[in-house]
Ligand binder design. Structure first.
Ligand code: TYC
Length: 101
């Protein structure tokens, strides 16, 4: 009788984790001109005129609007850059970030 070798199956499944995503949120205020908000959305978030205008109006009417989702680093950098553009003009325009559910 020959020996029986039991060979366990050892296939390893590699699970790739997606990075946690963060929302960038535009907050309404009473002072920043509408056209300026649209310009910032176009330049920092690469939106076209129509979408940028719609997003600005949503924030204006509802108080806030989620504008995009990125990895944490990109979301924080873009929110800061966009907020700084307003600050440089003396506007209280504010973008914040928040982790996705
Ligand atoms: N509410 C501003 C105004 O009436 C315009 C505005 C819209 C400002 C959206 C911020 O996120 C904002 N001039």
């Amino acid at each position: 009788m020959g020996q029986t070798t039991v060979k366990p199956k050892t296939r390893t499944k590699v699970k790739l984790q997606r990075p946690p995503m963060y929302k960038v949120i535009l907050l309404n205020d009473d002072y920043t001109p509408r056209e300026f908000v649209v310009m910032v959305l176009k330049s920092v978030f690469r939106m076209g005129e129509e979408i940028a205008h719609r997003v600005m109006l949503t924030a204006h009417q509802k108080g806030a609007c989620v504008i995009a989702v990125f990895t944490r680093d990109v979301a924080e950098t873009k929110a800061k850059e966009a907020t700084e553009l307003g600050k440089a003009k003396g506007y209280p325009l504010f973008f914040t970030t928040e982790p996705e559910e």
